[in-house]
Ligand binder design. Sequence first.
Ligand code: C5P
Length: 427
Amino acid sequence: MGQKRILLIVAGGIAAYKSLELVRLLKRQGLAVRAVMTKSANEFVTPLSMGVMTEDQVYGDMFDLKDEREIGHIQLSRQADLVVICPATANILAKMASGIADDLATTVLLATDKPVLAVPAMNVRMWNHPATQRNLAQLRKDGVTIMAPDEGAMACGEYGPGRLPEPPVIAEHICAMLRHDFDSTLTAGRAPTTKSAAASLSAQPDFADISHRPLYGRHVLVTAGPTHEAIDPVRYIANRSSGKQGFAIAQAAAELGATVTLVAGPVQLETPPGVIRIDVESARDMLAAVENSLPADVAIMVAAVADWRAADVPDQKIKKDGQGVPPLALTENPDILATLGQHAQRPGLLIGFAAETEKVVEHAQAKLGKKGCDWIVANDVSGDVMGGTNNAVHIVTRDGVESWGDAPKEAIARKLMEKIAHALGQG
Ligand code: C5P
């Protein structure tokens, strides 16, 4: 596969100077970067320094006829594999959310058919303002991935969320997104598909673990939800998994600063802020998406993957033909967790879930060895855990068993991610 290309849109905020460092890191990963700067971005960074970093022309003026002839805004918006807005100010987010196109940057954003990542940076009050939050919610619905901002002291002297994440973390997020081929309907809010990996990226980005959040600079991979296994074009085999526990874990990981890839089966849940979501249907799609997402520091396989699928899936709907019940032959699905357990790029910490209806801990202990993972989070699903709001789990490791009583799935998720952060911290 050829070199991957980023179109970087720089809006005018105090954090704009950090976009130069971002470009340096992306180039080091072998990516091509082309920049569009808004008029106010020029007040913070000169196009000259940006051009030196990108080793390319810097685009800025919509009405530079020469540029419009050589490379119009439509072309500019389509030539990239990923469009990144960094920093994304409250102003550019508001324009995007309402479809305003009054300069080159916003016109490109309206014209693009490529996935878009926004990296917001602004004053805490601007970030918390209902208008900004409304715009962010709209943009998420439109299929834009939004990185969660950092929390901390700001250039304006206030404190809170709204700081630009450190450039190495943004670069890692971009690399994680580029490992997937998102289809061009992404901007219409539809599910991205997974096809192939970005071969031009180095396998293991050499980003330093830099910040105050315990999982900053780490890549956490989570699977969630059920899988659907086709019987024919209209029928499928499914299970009762809602995806709630896996989504809560993805959210908790993102809140601890991780770059999170969430591979989700068919569920009706909103993507947690900042999380890279890959929607899949079947177990085989899920395995492909998981392998595509590697390398990862931690993988938490929460999905209730169907163990079996139909051996033959006809192209046409199976008809009731009065000849009795059609036979349904099943075949085994790949075991994603066990595959990762033996993978050349096995995540440093590999965690499985085990839904059991009896001898919960005993079965989980057996599963540790069988699947080649480090921890098993075991739960009793004989009640209403599947699809419910609460969970009670046993964390089974080679050192013993820790049991956590009934609690909301979000609380279990936070506690689990804290335990993971602690384990990683201890090396
Ligand atoms: O064997 P069992 O289904 O009980 O194992 C559960 C664990 O294995 C979960 O972490 C689940 O996500 C994972 N799994 C998998 N691929 C399968 C079946 C289960 O990754 N085909």
